[in-house]
Write a protein that binds this ligand. Structure first.
Ligand code: NAD
Length: 419
C-alpha cells in the first residue's frame, strides 16, 4: 500500500524526494525529468523558499502596454495562465489615454497587527491600562525592527477593541504599523508576539493569537480613469453602467465582477513575487465591509457624458521582503515597473484592477467575452485534441472559421489533415 506518512521527507535531498515521488505516483523518467527542469527559479533557490521542494512551476509572463499612470508611462508585467487578460488590460489602458490615463493615490502603508487577550477580569480597566501604556507598547514593538524604523516605519498607534464571542468577551489590541516598502506580515507578526507578554502583564489576561490582519483597510490604494464617450459611443457607456448596476444589486454577478478585477491584480502581484492570498483575502473582505458583498469599482457619467471609473481596495504588497528580492523574475518585474516604493506599486496594481474591470464590462456589454477568448481558446482545444507543432494553428483556425470549437471537432480536423 502506498503511504503518505513519509518521515523526514523534508530532510531528504531533492533527488531522493523525486525517487520516492516517482514510486508513489508511478511517474515516468520523462515526467521526473520535467520536474527537474526549472526555469528562472532554480531548484536550490526554490528549496530555500519552501519545504519539501521537488520542482518549480511556471506561468506565462506577459507585458501589458499603454498604461499611463499619474502622467508616467509604465509597462506592466503580468503572470497569469488565463488567455485575454493581458490583452484586455492593455486595451482598456489604451482607451483611457486620451483622457489622461489613470490617476491614483493611496494611504500610508499601515498594516494592523492583532493581539487577542482572553480571561481579562475587568475589560474596561484593562483597555484603559493598555491605552495608558501606549508609548511603552510602541517602544517595545519598535525595538524589534530597527531597519524598519530607520526607513521611517514602525508602530504609529495602538487601538483597543472589545469583542463579544461565543466564548465570552475578549480584548483585541491593534498595532498600527507603518511597514514602508514591505508587505509587512513578518515585521508585524514579530512585533505582535513581542508585545504580548507585556499586555498580559498589565491586564492580567492571557494572550492567544498574535498575528497580522489581512483586512488591510488602513492601506488603501485608489485609481480613477475617464473613458471618453466619443470613443466608447453613448450606447456602450449606458451598457457599462447597466453592467455595474447589475453587480451592485446582485451577489452572483458581483463576485464575478470582482473576480475580473483580481485577474489583473493577482497577475501583477504574482509577477512581482508578492503574496496573492493576502491581497485576495483583503480585497474580498473589503468588498464586504458594509455587511454586504459589493463592487470594488464604481462607474458614473461626468458632466460631459464620459464614463468615469474608480477603484478602491487594500493592496498589501512590498518591494522588499517575501519573495520580491529572492525570485529572479520578481526582481526583473520590479525593474520593468521602475517602482521606487511599495506605495507606488500598490497604486499601479489598483490601476490595473480598474483597467481589467473596465475591459471586462466593455466586452460583456457589447460583443460578449467569448470573441476575445476565441483564438487562444481554440489553440488550447487543438492541443487538447492532440495537435502538435504547425497542426495547432491549422486546427485552431479551421475551428474558428467554422465557429465550432470543441475537442471532438478538433480531433476530426486532425484526422482529415492526416489523411
Ligand atoms: P520580510 O520580513 O521578509 O521583510 C520585511 C523587512 O525588511 C522589514 O521588517 C525590515 O526590517 C526590512 N526592510 C528593509 N528595507 C525596508 C523598507 N524600505 N521598508 C520596509 N522594510 C524594509 O517580509 P514582510 O513584508 O514583513 O513579510 C512578508 C512575508 O510574510 C510574505 O512572504 C508573506 O507571504 C508572509 N506572511 C504572510 C502572512 C499573512 O498575510 N497573514 C502571515 C505570515 C507570513
Amino acid at each position: 500500500m502506498r503511504r503518505s506518512d513519509i518521515s523526514g521527507f523534508y530532510k531528504l535531498p531533492i533527488e531522493e524526494r523525486l525517487r520516492l515521488l516517482k514510486d508513489f505516483a508511478g511517474l515516468t523518467d520523462e515526467e521526473v525529468n520535467i520536474l527537474k527542469k526549472t526555469g528562472a527559479l532554480e531548484l536550490d533557490s526554490a528549496n530555500r523558499m519552501i519545504e519539501n521542494v521537488v520542482g518549480t512551476t511556471e506561468l506565462p509572463l506577459g507585458i501589458a502596454t499603454n498604461f499611463l499612470i499619474n502622467g508616467k508611462d509604465y509597462l506592466i508585467p503580468m503572470a497569469i495562465e488565463e488567455p485575454s487578460v493581458v490583452a484586455a488590460a492593455s486595451y482598456a489602458a489604451k482607451l483611457a489615454r486620451p483622457k489622461g490615463g489613470f490617476n491614483t493615490n493611496s494611504t500610508e502603508p499601515i498594516m494592523i497587527g492583532q493581539i487577542q487577550l482572553v480571561s481579562v477580569n475587568d475589560i474596561e480597566k484593562a483597555a484603559q491600562e493598555i491605552l495608558n501604556k501606549k508609548e511603552e507598547i510602541i517602544e517595545l514593538a519598535n525595538k524589534q525592527d530597527p531597519i524598519l524604523i530607520k526607513f521611517g516605519g514602525g508602530v504609529k498607534d495602538v487601538e483597543v477593541r472589545k469583542i463579544n464571542t461565543k466564548r465570552g468577551e475578549m480584548l483585541v489590541i491593534h498595532l498600527l504599523v507603518d511597514v514602508r516598502d514591505a508587505m509587512g506580515a513578518n515585521a508585524v507578526n514579530t512585533m505582535a508576539e513581542a508585545v504580548a507578554p507585556f499586555l498580559e502583564e498589565i491586564t492580567g489576561g492571557k494572550a492567544r493569537l498574535r498575528i497580522i490582519s489581512n483586512l488591510a483597510d488602513r492601506r488603501i490604494a485608489r485609481a480613477k480613469a475617464i473613458w471618453s464617450k466619443d470613443i466608447l459611443g453613448e450606447e456602450l457607456v449606458e451598457g457599462i453602467l447597466d453592467a455595474y448596476a447589475f453587480a451592485e444589486a446582485d451577489q452572483y454577478r458581483c463576485t464575478t465582477h470582482n473576480k475580473g478585477i483580481m485577474n489583473g491584480i493577482d497577475a501583477v502581484v504574482i509577477a512581482t513575487g508578492n503574496d496573492f492570498r493576502a491581497v485576495e483575502a483583503g480585497a474580498h473582505s473589503y468588498a464586504a465591509r458594509n455587511g454586504r458583498y459589493q463592487s470594488l469599482t464604481k462607474y458614473y457619467k461626468n458632466e460631459d457624458g464620459d464614463l468615469v471609473g474608480e477603484i478602491e481596495l487594500p493592496v498589501a504588497v512590498g518591494t522588499v521582503g517575501g519573495a520580491t528580492r529572492t525570485h529572479p523574475i520578481a526582481k526583473i518585474a520590479l525593474k520593468i515597473l521602475g517602482v521606487k516604493t511599495a506605495k507606488e506599486l500598490g497604486e499601479i496594481i489598483a490601476a490595473v484592477g480598474l483597467a481589467q474591470n473596465f475591459a471586462a464590462l466593455r466586452a460583456l456589454a457589447s460583443e460578449g467575452i467569448q470573441r476575445g477568448h476565441m483564438e487562444l481558446h481554440a489553440t488550447n482545444i487543438a492541443v487538447l485534441a492532440g495537435a502538435k507543432g504547425d497542426e495547432i494553428d491549422e486546427v485552431a483556425e479551421q475551428m474558428i472559421k467554422e465557429g465550432n470549437i470543441n475537442v471532438q471537432r478538433a480531433k476530426e480536423i486532425l484526422e482529415e489533415m492526416k489523411k
